[in-house]
Design a protein around this ligand. Structure first.
Ligand code: FAD
Ligand code: UDP
Length: 371
């Protein structure tokens, strides 16, 4: 009945569903276990009327014009540079570390990128090619800034010594010698003007696409006919954990609404050393929503146990080895395409997931069908 069964209505599943339905004119069934589309990017109006991201802050950013143009077919944007402050030694300082961070933290008067670079050169540790998340940071900014801005946050987020975590994790946060206080420097940054869920519903609005929610794909196998499968769930679960379980980090969100216009100065404040949560997000800063009340979300990280949502693959050598065993099995299956943050066990951003789905469509699907 369906040409494709697509597991997961997040970016991976929805982009591929849209492409296949529209470009190949094939029938697609998208199933998701959750009660909504949009995967981890899902947003909704809470009981206080504030638009919140259910699964933690999602700030879209990309340099990839193709990805931006593609998503722009389904949404207008609220362009907004993402700025974060971090609470260190009782003060709110800019992160990524930049000239102002150093001046405010140490009472310095550095005025040029050369002076800032000279400061970093004086404190950085020669690690050779950084082999882990600790070396990645100390090789740029030295021990003190590492301890104040990175060590505590990384321990809270991953519960793993940064020495045992891949360098790519802390490499996500750059170091700046100028006063640029944007979290990302990408060309395109913001949030969909009417929210992520609205963008996904436009993407999936096609007569060739059927969506089935609150359904585990395992419950419909054998009951529904389909040709190929596209799978964006956890890869270890697909293979019934036959090589063992891949670890993931989960999150606990604490939402609170205040009867006041604003709660904090920025859309996101990180807490590397104080409290048990990693960050507090105030949604209205990012969405531009006007309301006399405001909602904030505190985020606590924990290891995903049975039944919990899996949010982050854990970038660590032994996990990668285990993933490779599953990947080898996945490569043997001609009729199943694995795609996404959980299926590829990779710490992808949204734009990377979209780029990968578009690439898979062009390389694997459109060619096959044009033959
Ligand atoms: P998902 O969105 O996880 O979708 C997979 C879907 O598959 C889920 O809806 C799940 O319910 C479904 N599924 C799984 N198993 C089954 C099953 N057995 N049967 C049926 N359905 C199933 N990226 C950014 O670019 N910027 C950010 O600021 C940002 N912030 C983030 C903050 C947090 C807290 C998290 C967790 C991620 C963040 N990301 C961010 C990353 C972004 O969420 C992902 O890159 C993107 O959502 C991945 O899309 P996906 O389709 O691969 O996976
Ligand atoms: N990080 C940190 N201090 C910060 C921000 C980030 O130590 O103030 C480290 C931490 O290890 C974190 C990683 O950098 O997990 C990536 O941060 P990012 O903000 O990209 O995390 P995400 O939004 O993906 O959770």
């Amino acid at each position: 009945m369906f040409d494709y069964l697509i597991v997961g209505a997040g970016y991976s599943g929805s982009v591929l569903a849209e492409r296949i339905a529209k470009e190949l004119n094939k029938k697609v069934l998208v199933v998701d276990r959750r009660s909504h589309i949009a995967g981890n990017a899902y947003d909704h109006y809470n009981e206080d009327g504030i638009l919140v991201h259910k699964y933690g802050p999602h700030w879209f950013h990309t340099n990839d014009k193709k990805v931006f143009d593609y998503l722009s077919e389904f949404t207008e944007w609220r362009f907004n540079y993402h700025r974060v402050k971090t609470y260190v030694d009782g003060r709110l300082l800019p992160i990524p570390i930049n000239m102002d961070t150093l001046n405010e933290l140490y009472g310095l008067k550095l005025q040029s990128p050369e002076e800032v670079q000279a400061f970093f050169d004086g404190v950085k540790v020669d690690t050779g090619n950084p082999a882990n998340s600790e070396e990645m940071v100390i090789s740029q900014v030295g021990e003190d800034l590492y301890k104040k801005f990175f060590k505590g946050y990384t321990l809270k987020q991953w519960e793993i010594d940064p020495k045992d975590l891949a360098a790519s994790v802390t490499a996500r946060i750059p170091t700046r010698t100028n006063r640029d206080d944007r979290y990302f420097t990408d060309t395109y940054q913001g949030v969909p003007k009417h929210g992520y869920t609205e963008m996904f519903s436009k993407m999936l609005d096609h007569p060739n696409i059927s969506v089935m929610l609150q359904t585990d794909y395992k419950d419909i196998i054998g009951k529904i006919e389909f040709g190929k499968m596209i799978y964006s769930g956890p890869i270890d679960s697909f293979f019934d954990y036959k090589f063992g379980k891949l670890p993931y980090r989960s999150l606990r969100f604490e939402h609170e609404t205040f009867n006041q216009e604003n709660y904090q100065s920025h859309q996101q404040i990180n807490y590397p050393n104080d409290y048990d949560f990693t960050r507090i997000v105030e949604w209205k800063h990012a969405t531009g929503q006007k309301s006399p009340v405001t909602t904030i979300t505190r985020e606590y990280s924990l290891l995903a146990e049975e039944g919990m949502e899996k949010y982050y693959p854990i970038p660590k050598e032994d996990n990668h080895e285990l993933y490779k065993q599953y990947k080898a099995e996945a490569d043997k299956l001609d009729d199943v395409i694995f795609c996404g943050r959980l299926a590829d066990y990779k710490y992808y951003n949204m734009d990377q997931v979209v780029a990968r789905a578009l690439m898979l469509f062009e390389k694997k699907l459109s060619n096959t069908h044009q033959e």
